[in-house]
Design a protein around this ligand. Structure first.
Ligand SMILES: [Zn+2]
Length: 487
């Protein structure tokens, strides 16, 4: 048993898995639901989701998309119309066989994803090239039966968004697929402070029913990859299965080309695992429910004036769009500091009677300089300067988290041209290696190292050709494949 800290959480440095499982409860992010694999997202966790959702949704609107809602229940026969799709999802389906006290004529599937029902609707809505493109997103919940559930990372029911678009030709649909892929990459970096490894999935790892799948993969602090968002070019697979056709400009009947793309509550798991430390959560400021917590110091009557000033500062911060909170609970400062550290609040401010007299606050960062005893180094900042400088200070903190996560990822990753190097690298992070593209060879690698191909990396410096890292066949992608153990 690893030693727990004073708040009852196993240190991350000793056991990442135990740390994660304990922290989601201790930080009041989520709880287990009564049905196996389900989760209850508590208010603190749900606020993170709301912040994620609103900032991602704005990006969808900025790229021309609109939101709509589709049904939770889908006739079983719909899934069977696309062979790969049903084969891929069959083991994870929850099926409703009874309704209103009677056995149903046709079982209904609780949606695992909505390509089929949306495909059916698009076949009714699209008839001419003038109807295209259709650019719709849905925020909803889906159900995929999980045998080994973990809160946020793998739950039987989860929240997500699924974008579904229809286009006149392949070029336009591929452009959309890559546009939304770029949105995810940018969002992960600029909102979640996670530098993603990005690229295309190998054929064996594609979405069931897709022609091409693009993925973003974050590195977690145990060196494992976490798939955090995917964008798919579906070709005409669903258009043919659901007869989504249109008259083109020459009056010829054509099938549309479709895309789909999604990001889920799993992203909260990514934030926890990418940034947290022994003391608890570390939230990036743009997803933090509370960005600055202000703690009044002092007892009895002495505490009144500092508390009033704390409230005044919080109101001024709110006026600048900063999410500030005054902790006026009847508890010791030490308890409060530990509590807000556990909850990952980016900045902590202290204000006591002497500070009030001097006209300044003491500012400590959740991640930052520490003294000999491991306590945060506090910076003295005048009231006005603190308030006006707060947005900039939060931006700088965001950049600091990005730099830290990038350094961690890069330090644990590398190019592998021989098997020993490969095995060593996937034991702690990403290994970029040449691969033959054969699924059986991917299976061999997985059996021996637990690592899977996360994506074909088309980033600078990863182009290459030669012999497969595992077998004697030649490499096929023209680029290295990022391998890692994954969640
Ligand atoms: Zn091979």
């Amino acid at each position: 048993m690893a030693k727990k800290n004073q708040l009852g959480v196993t240190p991350l440095s000793e056991d990442v898995s135990a740390w994660y499982n304990e922290l989601v409860f201790k930080a009041e992010l989520a709880d287990r639901g009564p049905a196996k694999g389900t989760m209850v997202i508590r208010p603190y966790g749900y606020r993170i989701w709301e912040l994620l959702q609103s900032q991602l949704d704005q990006r969808f609107k900025d790229t021309g998309h609109v939101n709509a809602s589709f049904p939770l229940l889908i006739p079983m026969s719909y899934l069977q119309r696309e062979a790969d799709h049903v084969e891929g999802f069959a083991p994870e389906l929850a099926v409703v066989t009874h309704g209103g006290g009677k056995e149903l004529d046709e079982p209904l599937v609780v949606r695992p994803t909505s390509e089929t029902v949306i495909g059916e609707m698009y076949s009714r809505w699209i008839s001419s090239y003038r109807d295209l493109p259709v650019l719709i997103n849905a925020w909803n919940n889906v159900v995929r039966w999980e045998l080994r559930p973990r809160i946020f990372l793998r739950t039987t029911e989860f929240l997500w968004q699924e974008g579904h678009t229809a286009h006149a030709d392949e070029d336009e649909a591929m452009e959309e697929t890559l546009r939304m892929f770029d949105v995810y990459v940018e969002f992960a970096l600029n909102v979640a402070a996670i530098p993603m490894v990005k690229g295309e999935k190998t054929p064996g790892e594609r979405f069931a029913g897709a022609v091409r799948t693009f993925t973003i993969e974050g590195m977690m602090q145990d060196g494992k990859a976490l798939q955090s968002g995917t964008s798919h070019y579906l070709g005409q697979n669903f258009a043919k299965a659901f007869d989504i056709t249109f008259q083109d400009e020459n009056n010829e009947l054509q099938h549309v080309h479709t895309t789909s793309w999604g990001m889920s509550t799993r992203m909260i798991g990514a934030v926890i695992l990418a940034h947290g430390d022994d003391a608890g959560l570390v939230l990036p400021p743009r997803l933090a429910p509370i960005q600055i917590v202000i703690v009044p110091i002092g007892r009895g009557e002495q505490a009144e004036a500092p508390l009033a000033k704390c409230r005044e500062l919080a109101a001024q911060l709110e006026g600048l769009g900063v999410r500030a909170h005054v902790d006026d609970r009847d508890a010791s400062p030490g308890f409060k500091f530990n509590d807000w550290e556990l909850k990952g609040v980016p900045l902590r401010v202290e204000l006591g009677p002497r500070d009030l007299e001097a006209g300044h606050v003491l500012v400590a960062q959740r991640v930052g300089e520490r003294d000999d005893k491991g306590r945060p180094v506090k910076e003295t900042v005048e009231f006005e300067e603190f308030v006006t400088g707060a947005p900039e200070r939060l931006d700088a903190y965001h950049d600091q988290l990005v730099a830290r996560a990038t350094a961690f990822r890069d330090e644990r990753s590398g190019v592998a041209d021989d098997w020993d190097t490969f095995a060593e690298l996937v034991g702690r992070g990403f290994a970029y290696a040449l691969h033959c593209g054969e699924p059986s060879c991917e299976d061999d690698i997985k059996a021996e190292t637990s690592a899977t191909p996360r994506c074909i990396s088309t980033e600078d410096g990863f182009a290459g050709e030669g012999t497969c890292i595992r077998c004697d066949r030649p490499s096929v992608y023209g680029h290295r494949v990022a391998f890692a153990r994954a969640y």
